[in-house]
Design a protein around this ligand. Structure first.
Ligand code: SF4
Length: 337
């Protein structure tokens, strides 16, 4: 089993080595003191809590730790783990390119091959191209179901919907496919009960936030969350497993941690607003998240110019949902209703 830090990583490569990835988005609401002792005060709570969780033994069941370099904070965490803390588990960094051209794909292919070698050394296995392709196809099927769930949110409440799709963070692809099939069979007409909003940010934690949105009369009709909508990996086309994995990883919707231009992000958000007939956008950011904070002013200006109201809320994953955040969401929904 591998503990995997956010955001993008090759699930199919890990599974080809019989390694089950379990994602670590924080976790929220833990005592972060152990992590804080090793990090600057301005490092985000995703990284700080993950380090605290590791140091308190929370990742003892895992055999590997994968640290994709999504941002400076995660890159720093990778270095701290490798050079100073040196946990029992092997630490595998993954350097992701910032862009989606041919040279970025070539670079990522080399990174994935290097990861293959590391995994091979750790697990004493060497899956061939056929095994890699079978693993890729299984993940592609799971991602097709994930995309379908995003399209047909059906009868589920916002909270239940995000609990369901976030199962992709820990269930093996085959388990997720079964779950998605069951839910899709039961799905009826879409809910149109609440005030439709688009949700952007990193991770919807604490999840009670989503219940608060419903209680306040809102409904998330589409998202641009790093843990959800920004990871709708398209099916691949290449017959080469490494190229196919790289193309899929870089074929996602615009993401600041992959170097997407702000204009592409704005266009994507406006597209979601239009399609979901949303009345506003909520940016739900983790405090000190630089990739999000850099884009935010221009995204909000662009939305305003297009007549789309937006709200920004910042959270620390160790804190419970504050009354202030709830009140601001309620006031925003009242304003756009
Ligand atoms: S919340 Fe932002 S700064 Fe923190 S790990 Fe995620 S992308 Fe990096």
């Amino acid at each position: 089993m591998a503990a995997v830090l956010p955001i993008h990583y090759p699930r199919s490569l890990l599974r080809a080595f019989n390694v089950l990835p379990i994602e670590v988005w924080g976790p929220p609401q833990i005592d972060a003191g152990l992590g804080a002792a090793h990090l600057q005060a301005y490092v985000c709570s995703i990284v700080r809590n993950a380090l605290a969780f590791l140091l308190s033994g929370g990742l003892e069941v895992t055999d590997l730790i994968v640290v994709p370099h999504a941002c400076d904070s995660l890159q720093g965490l990778g270095s701290i783990l490798i050079d100073f803390i040196q946990p029992r588990q092997d630490v595998l960094p993954l350097y992701l390119p910032r862009g989606n051209g041919e040279r970025h794909i070539g670079y990522l292919i080399d990174e994935l091959r290097a990861m293959y070698e590391r995994l091979s050394k750790t697990t004493q296995r060497a899956p061939g191209d056929d095994e890699l392709m079978a693993s890729i196809q299984r993940e592609e099927t799971a991602d097709e179901f994930l995309a379908e769930l995003h399209q047909q949110r059906g009868k589920l409440t916002t909270y239940d919907f995000y609990r369901l799709i976030r199962a992709r963070e820990y269930l093996p692809a085959e388990g997720f496919i079964e779950l998605a099939q069951d839910i899709l069979k039961q799905q009826g007409a879409s809910r149109t009960a609440g005030i439709p909003i688009v949700f952007s940010g990193i991770v919807p934690e604490p999840m009670s936030l989503l219940q608060s949105i419903t209680e306040a009369g809102g409904e998330v009709v589409a998202d641009d969350l790093a843990c959800c909508g920004r990871r709708l990996y398209p099916p691949g086309t290449s017959k080469d497993p490494f190229r196919r994995m790289a193309e899929r990883l870089l074929g996602v919707p615009p993401d600041p941690t992959l170097g997407s231009p702000i204009s592409a992000r704005l266009e994507h958000l406006l597209g979601m607003v239009k399609k979901g007939e949303a009345k506003g956008v909520v940016f739900y950011s983790v405090k000190f998240c630089e990739p999000e904070l850099f884009d935010l002013p221009m995204l909000r200006d662009g939305l305003q110019e297009a007549g789309v109201p937006s709200l920004t809320i910042e959270v620390d994953l160790s804190d419970p949902l504050s009354h202030q955040a709830r009140t601001r969401i309620e006031a925003f929904l009242e304003m756009i209703a």
